[in-house]
Design a protein around this ligand. Structure first.
Ligand code: ADP
Ligand code: MG
Length: 152
């Protein structure tokens, strides 16, 4: 994918209550405007990268890009799970992410347990991949530093 690493930012909006948080894996949703700006070569599936909420610290993340059942699968969604325990929700805040690499395509699972096992596998892979020096550099990118200085 030529477009990686891909930087983007947007307000965290409400998703459709599919219970991600209840599974212990909350996913912060981007608005349609951010999704619509994705380059054509960014395919659906699971990505890893770095993320920052408001002017907070930069953490590892996994992101799912997929077809949203709410819109009868006509609309893509982008959902980011930040690999950090936040004390509070952050709806309405600006989320900045850099998508660094691709983990796997989208797929369905026979059970909720199988889905959770797969997501936890994605999280472990993201953690490992992001330790590579070439990926760690992106954490220090100006894109995130300007968030701390300007607050937007
Ligand atoms: P929704 O359907 O509204 O997206 P979720 O159950 O997926 O609901 O929860 C997502 C929300 O949880 C985010 O918008 C954010 O405010 C909050 N949240 C708390 N911790 C995290 C985290 N580590 N990663 C992503 N979102 C988080
Ligand atoms: Mg969500």
């Amino acid at each position: 994918m030529k477009s990686l690493p891909y930087f983007c930012r947007g307000e965290v909006v409400r998703g459709f209550g599919r219970g991600s948080k209840e599974l212990g894996i909350p996913t912060a949703n981007f608005p349609d405007s951010v999704v619509d700006n994705l380059p054509a070569d960014i395919s659906t599936g699971i990505y890893y990268g770095w993320a920052c909420v408001g002017n907070g610290d930069v953490y590892k993340m996994v992101m799912s890009i997929g077809w949203n059942p709410y819109y009868k699968n006509t609309k893509k969604s982008m959902e980011t799970h930040v690999i950090h325990e936040f004390k509070e929700d952050f709806y309405g805040q600006i989320l900045r992410v850099v998508m660094v690499g691709y983990i796997r395509p989208e797929r369905t699972f026979d059970s909720l347990e199988a889905l959770i096992v797969a997501i936890n596998g994605d999280i472990e892979e993201a953690k490992l991949k992001l330790e590579l020096p070439e990926h760690h550099k992106l954490k220090e990118d100006n894109f995130f530093i300007s968030a701390a200085i300007n607050g937007h």
